[in-house]
Design a protein around this ligand. Structure first.
Ligand code: BES
Ligand code: ZN
Length: 477
């Protein structure tokens, strides 16, 4: 049903794209004197620009930037964020996102593989049955880590369905019997609160408090307790405002996560250098993940679409990876499955993670690396200069891990992560890993800027005659 809704808008976009195509080609004929390229005077051009702009066709050069279609990208981002929602490692929503990405990449013309890997994860899912006005996300509650109780309490097949009954700070009314308790943290421990709900006959509990992370506190699974999840204050308020709220709660354990790998090989050259774009498409619990990392994922799809027919002797790969938020598991799995020879062929990894935040203070695009200045950070600076952006728009390189570029770096591959951060202190936006990481806080402008830079940077290592391509391939045997 969700897919159908998206497809409709996707298909209606196609005639528009066909109309737009001749215009993109016209850009190369010199008709568009006011295009972005004239921002930089020829005398100030970096050598790479000359190489790129000398072309008589629009196929592997800055003209490709005109093809960036932010409407499409925003729609793909909206689909991930609002139609699918939180995409926790190994969850059915992560799987749904993988199918969507695989389909998009196939449509763009790539060979696509969904690469599964083992990952055990307990995930809470809530479906609000009524009223439709109430929507919220929950995180799974944890139990004490004694040998018998390593996992939270799981719900039976099909989950638990019930009405949410407000128990205030812990005293549940009799009507909670057979229903789901909503409890606000007061002075009592999470353990006492869940036990109280159990004693009153509740079948499950929803906890919230000023510091909802504390509810990951230990509750012993001693047979006298019930499945429980945690929500933040906004969700608790929405539930209370909703009156009679009926939900289905599932707490399930899943064992498999996945990556989506799209490839465009170079015909007859199985030994061609490879450029890998990557972005994680999983989220933390509760977060719809518009910025982190629907933005990087949908942005990567757009790069894939634009680059699908670019004439280059470089093999292109797009790795949408799962299970990043639980420790870079998907990207590490992808790298671990490459043979030594395959790994040696990869000359660069461009990782996009949080590339569209509207955060007021996140005004610099950081290019995070672990090995100082590398091929990717240098290509980003070249792109910035060609595009005429101010020097301080980019922090390249900046020493930081914490995204999938780490996995590529560990595999000996020049890698960098692109991310908007506060230039003063490298802070991320306030709704990072939060239920408010929604479309509302996405900036089209920042999205466009980041994609222009990443696209043009990548061309520096894949277009014939671009100096960084020679440098990259010189390192190959
Ligand atoms: N997109 C984020 C954060 C991030 C911060 C990336 C700074 C790159 C630089 C990423 O998904 C994330 O939250 N990473 C985790 C670490 C990971 C190993 C679980 C983090 O920073 O806590
Ligand atoms: Zn992220």
């Amino acid at each position: 049903m969700r897919r159908g809704r998206f497809r409709l808008s996707y298909l209606t976009a196609i005639p528009l794209l066909l109309l737009a195509a001749p215009q993109a080609h016209a850009a190369t004929s010199g008709m568009e004197a006011s295009s972005g390229w004239t921002l930089t005077q020829p005398a100030a051009m970096h050598p790479a620009v000359a190489a790129l702009t000398d072309r008589t066709t629009d196929v592997c050069g800055p003209e490709l930037l005109d093809r960036l279609d932010l409407d499409r990208t925003m729609e793909q981002l909206r689909f991930l964020t609002e139609e699918i929602g939180p995409r926790v490692a190994a969850s059915p929503q992560e799987a749904e996102a993988a199918e969507f990405l695989a389909e998009e990449l196939r449509l763009a013309g790539y060979e696509v593989e969904i690469q599964e890997f083992p990952r055990t994860q307990v995930v809470a899912q809530i479906e609000v049955l009524a009223p439709a006005s109430v929507q919220f996300h929950a995180a799974v509650g944890r139990v004490m880590e004694t040998p018998a109780t390593q996992y939270p309490l799981l719900t039976p097949e099909g989950g638990l369905t019930g009405r949410i009954v407000d128990c205030g700070t812990g005293s549940c009314p009799a009507e909670v019997s057979g229903q789901i308790a909503l409890i606000t943290q007061g002075d009592g421990s999470a353990e006492a609160l869940v036990r109280g709900a159990y004693d009153a006959g509740a079948v499950a509990a929803i906890l919230h408090g000023p510091d909802w992370r504390r509810h990951l506190a230990a509750v012993p699974a001693d047979g006298h307790t019930i499945p429980f999840v945690t929500v933040n204050l906004d969700a608790a308020e929405a539930i209370r405002a909703g009156g009679d709220v009926e939900i289905n709660l599932q707490v399930n354990r899943y064992e498999t996560s996945r990556n989506v790998i799209a490839t465009r090989p170079v015909e007859g050259r199985p030994d061609a250098p490879v450029v890998v774009f990557s972005a994680h498409f999983d989220t933390v619990e509760k977060a719809p993940g518009a910025s982190d990392n629907g933005s990087g994922t949908a942005g990567m799809l757009e790069l894939a679409r634009i680059l699908a027919d670019v004439p280059t002797e470089v093999e292109l790969r797009f790795a949408a990876v799962g299970s990043e938020e639980v420790g870079l598991v998907g990207a590490r799995y992808y790298v671990s499955q490459l043979s030594e020879a395959e790994r040696a062929r990869i000359v660069a990894n461009f990782n996009t993670d949080m590339i569209a935040t509207a955060g007021a203070e996140q005004t610099a695009l950081f290019v995070n690396t672990l090995d100082g200045d590398n091929l990717v950070s240098r290509s980003a600076r070249i792109a910035r200069d060609i595009l005429g952006y101010p020097e301080d728009l980019l922090m390249a390189p900046f020493n930081r891990g914490a995204s999938d570029h780490v996995a590529f770096y560990e595999g000996g591959i020049p890698a960098a992560n692109f991310i908007w951060r506060n230039p003063e202190n490298a802070d991320l936006e306030p709704w990072y890993h939060h239920p408010r990481d929604t479309m509302e806080h996405i900036s089209r402008d920042r999205y466009h800027t980041a994609l222009r830079i990443v696209l043009l940077a990548s061309l520096q290592v894949m277009c014939a005659d671009a100096p960084l391509l020679q440098e990259a391939t010189a390192a190959l045997r």
